[in-house]
Design a protein around this ligand. Structure first.
Ligand code: S3P
Length: 177
């Protein structure tokens, strides 16, 4: 079983492309943010507001262990080939990078800051992007994360100006098909 793990900045299209890809390849689809929201029974923004970011980051690591079937938490273990879209900040923790590699082949969807600013304008669901100067927030997070995304990825696919099908074609080419 090979899972496809999609990493990348908020708004790079992990969920949209992930669902599309899973449908096309007859794979399951899982989004770690949705998984965490179900586990906690509240939205991500509420988790940040009530319990803080550190608590959320621990939940991300716990989620990866659960999907791998580590320890006693076997019920969520991935059984069938799955496209897994992970939260934009999940690969930052070193432990998570190792867990992602165990879970499947890691694909970084690489989107420019200009494109991200366009896509994320007006977004109210992502706690780390609220307030003023969206571009500055994206740039400073991207500064911290770009190397991590690149180093964690087995495959890097640029998404700017591409349709879902074009992203898919490039992924397949890079994958070796
Ligand atoms: C985050 C990205 C979000 C979500 C949370 C924090 C981040 O997921 O996990 O708001 O730190 O980049 P998406 O990348 O799916 O938006």
């Amino acid at each position: 079983m090979i899972n496809v793990i999609l990493i990348g900045f908020m708004g790079c299209g992990k969920s949209t492309f992930g669902k599309w890809l899973a449908d096309r390849q007859q794979m399951d689809f899982l989004d770690t943010d949705e998984f965490i929201e179900k586990m906690e029974g509240i939205r991500i923004s509420e988790i940040f507001a009530r319990k803080g970011e550190a608590y959320f980051r621990d939940l991300e690591t716990k989620t990866l262990h659960m999907l791998l079937g580590d320890g006693d938490e076997k019920e969520a273990r991935i059984q069938k080939s799955t496209v897994i879209s992970v939260g934009g900040g999940l690969p930052v923790r070193e432990e998570n990078q190792r867990l992602l590699k165990r879970l499947g082949r890691v694909v970084f969807l690489d989107t420019s800051v200009d494109e991200l600013v366009r896509r994320l304008k007006g977004d109210e669901t992502r706690p780390l992007l609220q307030g003023t100067d969206l571009r500055k927030k994206i740039e400073s997070l991207m500064d911290e994360r770009l190397d991590i995304y690149e180093d964690t990825a087995d495959i890097i696919v640029g998404t700017d100006g591409k349709t879902l099908f074009e992203v898919y074609e490039e992924l397949m080419r890079e994958w070796g098909y």
